[in-house]
Design a protein around this ligand. Sequence first.
Ligand SMILES: Cc1cc2nc3c(=O)[nH]c(=O)nc-3n(C[C@H](O)[C@H](O)[C@H](O)COP(=O)(O)OP(=O)(O)OC[C@H]3O[C@@H](n4cnc5c(N)ncnc54)[C@H](O)[C@@H]3O)c2cc1C
Ligand SMILES: *[C@@H]1O[C@H](CO)[C@@H](O)[C@H](O)[C@H]1NC(C)=O
Ligand SMILES: *[C@@H]1O[C@H](CO)[C@@H](O)[C@H](O)[C@H]1NC(C)=O
Ligand SMILES: *[C@@H]1O[C@H](CO)[C@@H](O)[C@H](O)[C@H]1NC(C)=O
Ligand SMILES: *[C@@H]1O[C@H](CO)[C@@H](O)[C@H](O)[C@H]1NC(C)=O
Ligand SMILES: *[C@@H]1O[C@H](CO)[C@@H](O)[C@H](O)[C@H]1NC(C)=O
Ligand SMILES: *[C@@H]1O[C@H](CO)[C@@H](O)[C@H](O)[C@H]1NC(C)=O
Ligand SMILES: *[C@@H]1O[C@H](CO)[C@@H](O)[C@H](O)[C@H]1NC(C)=O
Ligand SMILES: *[C@@H]1O[C@H](CO)[C@@H](O)[C@H](O)[C@H]1NC(C)=O
Ligand SMILES: *[C@@H]1O[C@H](CO)[C@@H](O)[C@H](O)[C@H]1NC(C)=O
Ligand SMILES: *[C@@H]1O[C@H](CO)[C@@H](O)[C@H](O)[C@H]1NC(C)=O
Ligand SMILES: *[C@@H]1O[C@H](CO)[C@@H](O)[C@H](O)[C@H]1NC(C)=O
Ligand SMILES: *[C@@H]1O[C@H](CO)[C@@H](O)[C@H](O)[C@H]1NC(C)=O
Length: 589
Amino acid sequence: MVKLSLVYFIAGLAIATPETRHCRCRPHEECWPAHQEWSRLNDTIHGNLVAIRPVASVCHEPEFDGSACKAVTENWHDSLWRAAQPGAVQWENWESWAEHNETCYIESEKDTKCSQGRVSLYSAKVQTAEHIQKAVAFARTHNLRLAIRNSGHDYLGRSTAPESLQIFTNGMKNITFVDNFVPAGAPRGKSEGHAVTMGACVHLAELYQAAGETNRTVQGGASHTVGAAGGYIQAGGHSPFGARGGLASDNALEFEVVTANGTLVIANEYQNTDLFWALRGGGGGTFGVVVNVTVRTLPEAPVIVANLNLTTSLGHDQFWDAVSEYHGALPELNDAGGSGYYFGFPILPVNSTTEISAMTSFLLFAGYTNTSAVDDLYAPLRSKLRKLPGVTVQYGTFPLPSVNSTLQNKWAGEGGDATGGVAAVISRLYSKDLLTSKDGPSRLVKAWRNLRYGPGDSFRGHAVGGGAVAANGKKIDSAVNPAWRKTITHLVISRAWEANATVERQHAIIENATNVEIPLIRSVEGEDQMGSYGNEAHPYEPGFQRSFWGDNYPRLYQIKQRWDPEGLFIARLGVGSEDWDDAGLCLKR
Ligand SMILES: Cc1cc2nc3c(=O)[nH]c(=O)nc-3n(C[C@H](O)[C@H](O)[C@H](O)COP(=O)(O)OP(=O)(O)OC[C@H]3O[C@@H](n4cnc5c(N)ncnc54)[C@H](O)[C@@H]3O)c2cc1C
Ligand SMILES: *[C@@H]1O[C@H](CO)[C@@H](O)[C@H](O)[C@H]1NC(C)=O
Ligand SMILES: *[C@@H]1O[C@H](CO)[C@@H](O)[C@H](O)[C@H]1NC(C)=O
Ligand SMILES: *[C@@H]1O[C@H](CO)[C@@H](O)[C@H](O)[C@H]1NC(C)=O
Ligand SMILES: *[C@@H]1O[C@H](CO)[C@@H](O)[C@H](O)[C@H]1NC(C)=O
Ligand SMILES: *[C@@H]1O[C@H](CO)[C@@H](O)[C@H](O)[C@H]1NC(C)=O
Ligand SMILES: *[C@@H]1O[C@H](CO)[C@@H](O)[C@H](O)[C@H]1NC(C)=O
Ligand SMILES: *[C@@H]1O[C@H](CO)[C@@H](O)[C@H](O)[C@H]1NC(C)=O
Ligand SMILES: *[C@@H]1O[C@H](CO)[C@@H](O)[C@H](O)[C@H]1NC(C)=O
Ligand SMILES: *[C@@H]1O[C@H](CO)[C@@H](O)[C@H](O)[C@H]1NC(C)=O
Ligand SMILES: *[C@@H]1O[C@H](CO)[C@@H](O)[C@H](O)[C@H]1NC(C)=O
Ligand SMILES: *[C@@H]1O[C@H](CO)[C@@H](O)[C@H](O)[C@H]1NC(C)=O
Ligand SMILES: *[C@@H]1O[C@H](CO)[C@@H](O)[C@H](O)[C@H]1NC(C)=O
């Protein structure tokens, strides 16, 4: 036996070629493309190649530039500005490479060195599918680490990669509505009806604005700058109108994709069906570069917004009892078509001397015009809450004329999202079965009550499942986490650190999140039940394959091997990423 394994070992050495077989080519190595080769790539993509530095580099010596630094400082929290900078993403922790002490924080001293971190070295600011094909071919030929960068919102570090070439989709913003969409390859006359095709970098707010003019709606999330065709829809995409329209990916009809071998393919129900299955929930940055997506649109509808606020004195037991009653009422509100968000603040400072506990909820009822009908739905909950001494309840319903006006007024109007800091979250999907079981709501609340909260910290409830999300599970076979079909609420809490936190402190927070807090929120329904939403999950989620994709993982892994056998598209915690190191630079075996 010993001899045999020695033979294998030697044979292994014999076939192993230099590091480049197992690792991506890195800038200090001979394999790195020469200047002329980069220039040639630049020519083939019509001068759209740029060498990049982290955006805060102009605030540090020796690159310091007072007026440029002032502009960066002023724009630091503006997601629209960030979306347009190849040297930035939305969260500064993913611009840095903490494990290698490579950071370029605006908060650090002027004479602190600005390191490249996870920001790519070159950016291909692609405008067309052909540009994408050239950039993919170049990365493949030269064995480069490749990053696909859309809005840069990703919470798991999937849109940056150290020492990489970046495909920057920001120029691809075409939006085209059609009345009768016929997927390529569909039988003659097989129309999917009204649909919209959007380029890779269309932001949700841009999509809503365009849709508003057509008297149709598109199923999407609550953000201005999140990319409708990017990581959002490719990992599922939840919406405050989930009960009505399902997940964003449930509405996808066709993707045009540049695959790892540089071919432009169409994936839909009639061709490349495995890719179509994977792109609806399998996660961004993994199967190819999506050039554009076509999604079904839905008719306009009036909306009633129901707002419920709960407050108690600080840390009152009745606060948690009220939160539990609220969760117990969610299944019925959801069955009646309600979906939306709620935010709980166990320690909420109201002024310099007083703190209270509070929760505020906004559920949307599409298709309703009669506020009394919605009031009736809330009557049982309000009556239960009235019986809890010490709980103050505020409740109101507001009719809005359309889905368009709800999205544009409430969440995705003028301006952008507030980003720029450090982001890290933990989250969990919870089922309708849990919330309809006798002690389910109180077990859920007990777990979330045991998390640490500082003043102003909140748990964020996304009551975005149920209704069409559940019903679509019977009609649509896609890669999306099967747990979504049973989900009513997706609960999230931030577990970030300060920009100047030491690596040790970051590790301590990450350790506690993965070893203590995630097990706690997972234990409510058991480790193998449910899971979490890959787009809003912890960047070190334990067992991410099962957590993000459940039983769909083995098939996703196979599809990944078929379309990208060499692992050109590797995203942190993406399908197949377990074969690579955290930076996606070297194969583990
Ligand atoms: C303020 C805010 C609000 C949010 N609201 C919601 C919400 O309401 N509902 C919801 O479901 N999620 C929401 N999210 C989470 C969001 O879905 C994720 O952050 C998602 O990763 C964003 O995708 P993106 O393409 O915009 O970002 P990026 O960070 O640019 O990309 C994310 C991932 O997708 C890949 N990718 C991007 N474009 C392409 C492409 N063309 N082809 C292939 N891969 C690509 C990237 O490589 C990366 O792996 C929100 C996030 C934030 C910060
Ligand atoms: C690519 O070409 C453009 C236009 O000629 C030029 O401005 C740019 O600096 C070039 N990029 C690189 C990396 O050389
Ligand atoms: C990290 O970098 C900072 C600033 O460049 C330096 O002061 C510090 O000693 C470095 N730490 C480690 C562990 O290398
Ligand atoms: C989608 O992308 C393909 C490939 O670039 C292009 O041919 C097609 O015109 C695009 N469709 C729309 C509606 O933008
Ligand atoms: C958008 O796509 C459509 C369909 O492919 C095309 O006719 C149109 O010219 C494109 N518009 C822009 C601004 O690229
Ligand atoms: C690209 O890969 C796909 C999927 O493996 C394959 O069908 C196609 O023939 C390949 N094209 C080229 C040009 O290699
Ligand atoms: C908009 O769509 C709604 C729902 O389909 C319909 O009732 C209404 O008449 C339409 N309005 C216009 C101006 O077409
Ligand atoms: C703070 O708020 C509490 C509760 O609303 C109020 O009773 C108190 O007077 C306020 N204190 C100050 C200093 O404003
Ligand atoms: C509105 O709903 C209330 C309560 O369900 C009902 O009594 C009333 O008739 C409804 N009004 C209209 C105009 O439908
Ligand atoms: C609930 O609280 C929010 C935030 O304080 C407030 O804007 C809203 O008016 C309150 N709702 C009701 C019904 O009082
Ligand atoms: C959509 O909503 C926005 C914001 O309320 C409004 O300005 C616009 O007129 C609406 N569009 C339509 C067609 O109602
Ligand atoms: C770990 O997390 C729990 C729950 O949030 C918290 O109570 C505890 O203080 C944390 N421990 C450390 C060392 O951060
Ligand atoms: C981080 O910055 C805050 C102020 O923003 C300061 O109070 C704290 O001491 C700093 N921590 C470290 C480790 O430098």
